[in-house]
Write a protein that binds this ligand. Sequence first.
Ligand code: AMP
Ligand code: ZN
Length: 116
Amino acid sequence: MEDCIFCKIIEGKLPSKTRFENEDLIAFEDLNPVAPVHLLIVPKRHFSNLYEMTSSHEGLSLLSKLHQALPEIVRVCGLESQGFRLINNCGEDAGQTVMHVHYHLIGGLPLGPRII
Ligand code: AMP
Ligand code: ZN
């Protein structure tokens, strides 16, 4: 998708600190980390947000593949025993700023109070 920062990273047109990649997704370090570990897990196919992704069979199937890769990504980050949060901001009210669906994987210290 033109003018999408994450599509450009996926195409290698913008740099990223990639920690994991397979044919379906890429996981790279967030530019503005909020914790010692802060990765963005991004499907290579462009969907604007999680709502759009889960509204199609193909998106749902990709989401399943993303979750299948999660244990390996967590191990790459060394978070398998400490734990982590996986966060998705979907749309305007959730404060989504990059309109290419992604999960934030954060961890590496006690993460403090939860909203939910
Ligand atoms: P969200 O607000 O949930 O859409 O999250 C977007 C995230 O993308 C923010 O945490 C930004 O810090 C991060 N971000 C934006 N541009 C880049 C980039 N070029 N490389 C890595 N992370 C980025
Ligand atoms: Zn995109």
